[in-house]
Design a protein around this ligand. Structure first.
Ligand SMILES: *Cc1c(COP(=O)(O)O)cnc(C)c1O
Length: 481
């Protein structure tokens, strides 16, 4: 059990009382779980977290998840449930959807997906429902899928599996769910990738257009996990229209920047895409989960997500999504989103001025991709050397990566978490200095892509500096366990 804080105020904050009481109740059944939860807070407080996909949700978001909504089955969606007694689930699901629609200016929101991957599956099947199932039911003059003869069903199944999809290549920053073989999307669709212009590190829209005209995909997917630039969704929609494709955007990483109006006009996916998917726990700073936003013509298909591909909705998480989306509609959130990008640009500039190579020469969003080849080490070596020095990042492929997807030549860093914690551009410059110090003093062991040497005096000193850097920015400052 963690020590009680001697500086603890006589009067406990509401948040402290809530989390303490919850831990006491859990501890009375399985103390190891209560202790692990408490340790997780300590660990998060102590780590300089530059993982681009992580954040810190508010106490209100976290607390919304621990309750009896977890006990309720609510398959189906609002107004079309397969279970009785869903009136309270209806409330949280519709409040979350209402906030999502208002926040993003989207005609329809489906807030059930349990994760980003699940949101993508819902979206893909909605697109296939619209493009394959609907016209084939019409052709066979059937209203329901269950009315098809075996031969008709076989024809429809073959048509489902015969669709083409274009997504961003993995080494340019795309995601596995954008049609790659290890993911189910690569088995559902015949996939072709688009990438970046080697000279600029930015999406090659002309190449994408040429390739789409030749490949004639049913679906073009925009969005990424490791691309440091804005994406022009207006151009991508034009290309999709030219080839008759459905345009989907997966904004899992940058939803917070859309919500906070950093990405507007051509760079806001909502007005340009037919369908948009997202996670809710990355830059959007909500609970772990996913969401689908779409144009009205796809709404009915999207709402079939559960039970088509999703298990019963997590009503407790939908409640937390509603809380997080309400937070994201406040003016403070737009300010937060602006600071995420200012911080990421300061980090990139700090690295570049010290001699680092940054993919595409900078960043427009929340992440920076460092090419560590310059330092004579692999992404794997860099990731571990930084971790040993108290700086938490992850290795990532860079365009045309000479070291492949396992060892890689890149380090991806992102600022959503540290910005939530309150760090600003001055701290980003210091972090760039710490990172450059570690990377420039790490040497690869001969012939190895994993083993390296870093003087322990350096990693100890950097660790200490990282801790000092965080000290003025308490995480979950209202919580004393
Ligand atoms: C993180 C991410 C996902 C997956 O989200 P999960 O919640 O982990 O399933 C999907 N797409 C993109 C682009 C992502 O970055």
């Amino acid at each position: 059990m963690p020590e009680l804080n001697p500086d603890m105020p006589a009067e406990l904050s509401t948040e402290s009382t809530a989390f303490r009481a919850a831990l006491d109740v859990i501890r009375s059944v399985e103390p190891r779980v209560a202790d692990a939860i408490a340790s997780e807070l300590t660990d998060q407080r102590e780590s300089l977290k530059l993982i681009a996909s992580e954040n810190y949700a508010s106490p209100a978001v976290l607390l919304a998840m621990g309750n009896w909504f977890s006990d309720k089955y609510a398959e189906g969606t609002i107004g079309r449930r397969f279970y009785a007694g869903c009136q309270n689930v209806d409330t949280v699901e519709s409040v979350a959807a209402e906030h999502a629609k208002a926040l993003f200016g989207a005609p329809h929101a489906y807030v059930q997906p349990h994760s980003g991957i699940d949101a993508n599956l819902v979206a893909y099947w909605a697109i296939l429902g619209d493009r394959v199932e609907k016209p084939m039911l019409k052709k066979f003059e059937k209203r329901q899928i269950n009315d098809l003869t075996d031969a008709e069903w076989a024809e429809m199944r073959a048509a489902f599996g015969n669709q083409r999809l274009m997504g961003m290549s993995l080494d340019a920053g795309g995601h596995l769910t954008h049609g790659f073989r290890p993911n189910i999307s690569g088995k559902m669709f015949d996939q072709r990738s688009y990438g970046v212009d080697p000279a600029t590190g930015q999406i090659d829209y002309d190449g994408l257009r040429e390739s789409a005209k030749e490949f004639k995909p049913a679906v073009i997917v925009g969005g990424y996990s490791a691309y440091p630039r804005k994406v022009n969704f207006r151009i991508m929609r034009e290309i999709a229209d030219e080839v008759g494709a459905t345009f989907m955007v997966d904004m899992a990483h940058f939803a917070g920047l859309v919500a906070g109006k950093v990405f507007t006009g051509d760079f806001d996916p909502i007005p340009h895409a037919h369908i948009v998917t997202t996670t809710t726990h990355k830059s959007l700073r909500g609970p772990r989960g996913g969401m689908v936003l779409c144009q009205p013509e796809l709404a009915e298909q999207v709402d079939r997500g559960c039970p088509m591909v999703l298990g019963g909705p997590l009503a407790h998480v939908m409640g937390a999504k509603a809380v997080a989306l309400a937070e994201a509609r406040r003016p403070e959130f737009a300010d937060y989103a602006q600071r995420i990008v200012a911080n990421s640009q300061a980090l990139a500039e700090g690295l570049i001025k010290r001699g680092a190579t940054v993919v595409s020469g900078g960043t427009d969003n929340h992440l920076v991709l460092i090419d560590v080849d310059k330092y004579g080490i692999t992404g794997r070596q860099a990731e571990q050397a930084l971790l040993d020095s108290g700086v938490v990042t992850n290795r990532n492929s860079i365009p045309n990566d000479p070291n492949g997807a396992w060892y890689t030549s890149g380090i991806r860093v992102g600022t959503p978490a540290l910005t939530t914690r309150g760090l600003g551009t001055a701290e980003m410059d210091q972090i760039a200095d710490l990172m450059h110090t570690v990377l420039s003093q790490t040497t690869s062991d001969a012939g190895s892509k994993a083993k390296f040497h870093l003087d322990p005096a350096v990693s100890d000193r950097v660790s200490k500096q990282a801790t000092e850097l965080l000290a003025p920015f308490p995480l979950y400052g209202s919580v004393t366990l």
